[in-house]
Design a protein around this ligand. Structure first.
Ligand code: GTQ
Length: 345
């Protein structure tokens, strides 16, 4: 490969003439934006222990009333992107949100898509597009782009959940904004109720067409049961994983980020191929080691880590007699839609 001319090789007067006219020579920067073989990635393998987040989040509960926070969140920021940019990867944002008993996080809507993965506590709920979604540990709840959402809490213990948003991408697109709203009126119908049994849907008073997000809540009890059934039915299945999908189309649950639940059999070690999208791993149940390139993280329950794209990841169940359950978020719907998706094996 040719050595390319450097900026310093150009006469100062010429460089100044370019700058004054808002012009930039490509060749000194060409390799930076089009590096050989593998993209440059700011996303670093990064680990966040829940045991280190939890006390600081509870402290935020004392320091900052919900009225002063609107959303009381500690952001899991990847140092490779600069902490102030609040990114886990190029397209993914992660936050741990705390809601205390009796608190109310008022209605708003915004262009970025969000999901919640419930980490701890009972009796909180989020109302999304008029659907009241109860929050139980391990549940996945969608808050798709543009839908009104607000969070409430009728219980007596703190509730914590993991927020996953495509905020960094939507912000980069200069398309990120929010609108404040009024408390929503709750509708009687709920997607998680009408789609609770595969292959069976109501026929009366039920609109199937024209709803881009027919199901908002994916209960963990159902996901866990599906994984155990899959593992039991197919003892030789190499990867016991389910994707969270749109029950009408069978496609990804949301447009930009993908969401999955992975079961690791007792003692199982599973290599995930090097694919272009970055990934996030959050441990729901059990314990697992996550090997990302030359870094290895030991995830216990509620711990989270992220991996850059184009990097193979190995997940290893640390228990020889219990399964482990991992929630995975990735950027694959985005990569596939844009035609840049790669699996390098
Ligand atoms: O709960 O609506 O972590 O608007 C970041 C932005 C959570 C939310 C976040 C948000 C929310």
């Amino acid at each position: 490969m040719n050595e390319l001319g450097r900026l310093e090789d150009l006469p100062v007067a010429y460089r100044e003439a370019l700058t004054q006219r808002c012009l930039v020579p490509l060749w000194p920067n060409l390799r930076a934006v089009l590096p050989p073989q593998v993209p440059a990635r700011k996303t670093r393998p990064t680990f966040w222990a829940y045991s280190s987040i939890r006390p600081l989040l509870l402290q935020a509960g004392e320091l900052t009333p919900i009225e002063k926070a609107e959303r009381r969140v500690l952001v899991l920021a990847n140092p490779g992107h600069g902490l102030e940019n609040m990114q886990a990867s190029a397209a993914m944002y992660l936050g741990m949100q705390l809601l205390l008993p009796g608190e109310w996080a008022p209605a708003h809507r915004h262009t970025p898509n969000a999901v919640r993965l419930i980490v701890e506590g009972e009796s909180a709920y989020t109302t999304v597009g008029g659907e009241k979604c109860v929050m139980q540990r391990g549940d996945l709840i969608l808050t798709p782009t543009g839908q009104w959402h607000e969070h409430g809490h009728d219980g007596d213990q703190p509730v914590v959940w993991l927020d996953v948003l495509d905020l960094p991408l939507v912000y980069y697109m200069e398309a990120s904004y929010h609108i404040d709203g009024q408390r929503q009126t709750v509708k009687p119908d709920r997607g998680d109720a009408v789609y609770a049994r595969g292959g069976m849907v109501p026929t009366v008073n039920f609109e199937r067409a024209g709803k881009p997000y027919p199901m908002l809540r994916y209960p963990w009890v159902e996901a866990r049961a599906a994984l155990l059934a899959l593992a039991g039915n197919q003892p030789d299945l190499p990867s016991v994983q389910i994707a969270y999908t749109n029950p009408e189309t069978g496609g990804d649950a949301q447009n930009i980020l993908g969401f999955y639940a992975q079961m690791l059999r007792p003692g199982q070690s599973l290599r995930l191929p090097a694919r272009s999208p970055a990934m996030v791993f959050h441990l729901i149940e059990g314990g697992a080691d996550v090997q990302i390139g030359d870094q290895r993280f030991a995830l216990g329950e509620a711990d989270t880590c992220c991996a850059p794209g184009y990097t193979a990841v190995t997940l290893s169940n640390r228990s020889a007699d219990q399964p482990a359950f991992v929630f995975i978020a990735d950027e694959s719907p985005l990569h596939r839609k844009l035609g840049v998706y790669e699996n390098r094996g």
